[in-house]
Design a protein around this ligand. Sequence first.
Ligand code: ZN
Length: 411
Amino acid sequence: MGTGFGARAGAAVLAVLFWLGLAVAGLAQQQLSGLARLDPARSTLLDDARGAEIVLGISQPVPFRAYLLDDPPRLVADFREVDFGRARPDAPAGDGLIRDIRWGGFRPGWSRLVAELTGPVRLDAAVEETGETPRIVLRLSPAKPEDFNARVGAPASALWDLPQPVDGGPPHLRQDGSAPLRVVLDPGHGGIDPGAEFGALDEAVLTLTFARELKEMMTRAGMQVTLTRDEDVFVSLEARVTKARALGADLFLSLHADALPEGQATGATIYLLNDTSGDRASQRLAERHDRADLLAGVDLTGQDDSIASILMDMARSETQPRSERLGRALAASIKGAGLGMHRHAIQHADFAVLKSPDIPSALLELGFLSSPRDRENLLDPEWRTQMARAILTGVEVWASADAAEARLLRQ
Ligand SMILES: [Zn+2]
């Protein structure tokens, strides 16, 4: 149980400070009202090549479990439930066992901590100290790959089982304008996955704020709108797609505001699915989203059934032209409203969230958090209203042409 760890670590300790981010007035509304709260002042991370210790000071004891996962190697701790507030750990220096660490809401009622590891480890201790100042202590030491491999895997216990995503849902008829348009809006990221961050701003909060505003506007226009998340909670990419399919959505629109390290990206950009082409920057953006999802969530992806995937390809070949037209309608409407678009307004990349075989889907980067002008726009309610109106118009134009085509094809 990590004997001597304290003495060992004491020699060359790297103490990482925790800092409190400032909430952005009017935007950052932490939705969790957890029973236990993190106390950053009593929380520490010690990490060097010989061992790591994570201490979380909490306001009261909570049930929790910790386990190791592989590909990539990581330590996961689930809590029921800890409100981490706006506290964020600093990035570890990288010369120890931990490459990166983050935490946040995972499912309603659940919080999660994920530490991405630099290599195979042993989980020496995962204990909760109750009493006056409750705390959770997690200790790791380096291990041989075979020892690590023998111990990885999420524990299977009914008490801890999280709901599994349900399959597909019934196939539904293509929309023909005879019923309200069923729109699923997908605010990117959330919970343990804040998305892009710039100072105290994070993408997860911005996309949720915008999605709520757009939902209200679309609902007033007679559409039936559902959000894939309506709070600051993690939803896996698979669960987002599953939800849209279960609802029989006519349209799936994922909302993002990423940062690009190139620093050049500015203006709204529409991404459509294409797993073969796409420039390097677009592809990297898509990979980053997949990776964030993999790190934060337990990978539940099943084996690809070859017959199912052929059927999916067939459905996709009918849906893809409809998605392309959706992209063009959105771009035309956003440009027409005089709102800045990226010089390549429509791009293609392999985003997992766009892979519904039978639902026209697009991912909209409202702007880039790395661009000062876009940040200003995203924080301006007037700009957001104009953008929401332009999206609504684009969707209406697309939906009526799409419905006309459906009626024609049926004759
Ligand atoms: Zn994003």
